[in-house]
Design a protein around this ligand. Sequence first.
Ligand SMILES: Nc1ncnc2c1ncn2[C@@H]1O[C@H](COP(=O)(O)OP(=O)(O)OP(=O)(O)O)[C@@H](O)[C@H]1O
Length: 360
Amino acid sequence: MSEHVLQTRSLSIGYRSAKRKSAGFSRSAHGTCKVIADKIELDLAAGELVCLLGPNGSGKSTLMRTLAGVQKPLGGSVLLKGKEVGKQHPKEIAKLMSLVLTERVMTGNMSVYALVALGRSPYTGWMGRLSPEDETIVRQAIETTGTRRFSHRHVGDLSDGERQKVMIARAIAQDTPVILLDEPTAHLDLPNRLEIIQLLKTLAQEQGKAVVLSTHELDLALQAADRIWLMNPSGGSSSAMVAAIPESLVLDGHLEHAFKRNGFEFDPFSGSFRLSRQGVRQIGLVGEGITAYWTQRALERAGCMVIPGASDIRHIEIETLNGEHKWKYVSGEGCRPVEKESLDELLSLVNESQNEGKER
Ligand SMILES: Nc1ncnc2c1ncn2[C@@H]1O[C@H](COP(=O)(O)OP(=O)(O)OP(=O)(O)O)[C@@H](O)[C@H]1O
């Protein structure tokens, strides 16, 4: 089994107040504090990609900051390669763990190359002079993240996606066994989100890095993560932490419970949330393949509950001939089918019949 590079033991995270009384804070063994989550027991192995999920305000950033040692735990410990983070010198921590935050960093007129080179600072002398080996590592980090084409530009002139890749390049140049990233895909378009997740997955698989990223991308986390750490508001004032492989979290209902809201329902087959379809009319769908899949999606968007394969109720049959599709709408048993040549036309017909049904 792989070595555990980061662990938490009875970790309690949250905020302290200097005042005796503060709104949202209470008196405890740790003083006046607000506990965000406690009794956290986590193990992160080398080569593992972990996604930290949880609804807004559940404590993801608080946990990230506590793991990175920039915020003190209320209780318990964070162990980095077996040693307590709070008891290590910042320079030693910087050789073992890098942290990528979403917030814009003050970079002045710094070039992309200079910012990535800052990743080498735990290894350089006080002058910050790079050795030829450091220079090679910086160039490799720039190459790996695909940032070479804008490496001469100022960081302040970059788009959000470009800047995010540069921050990851800096973390790669820091060359630590653990990389923590707080919402690295926030503000990015889909291709950039996929590119960043792919890059992090490659770092874990090919270079044995242990990577933890917090995200709101449920879909991507389910596809890419080796393990998910889920911060689940427990009903009280603090969150409970569940750590498991993505599929177990779906099957055990933890994901649904964590994100459930009125008006949304979790589809365990696709692993995504969708608008709930209460009080809708059933419709059968006879057909196969990608056309049947997108027909079902269109019908559900129109407010139908689709029963695949059912032809003894109001239903649709998909016919495919020489790559051309036709949709036959049968409004009830024994009724004559109405044929449509496009999904768009079919949907108008279904909508009309639903509206007639409502008026009656
Ligand atoms: N400095 C602070 N003092 C007191 N409470 C704070 C402080 N910073 C954050 N909090 C509270 O801690 C809780 C967890 O916040 P945190 O930012 O860690 O959540 P999050 O899961 O990262 O949220 P989001 O998904 O919205 O980024 C929230 O209730 C927040 O209001």
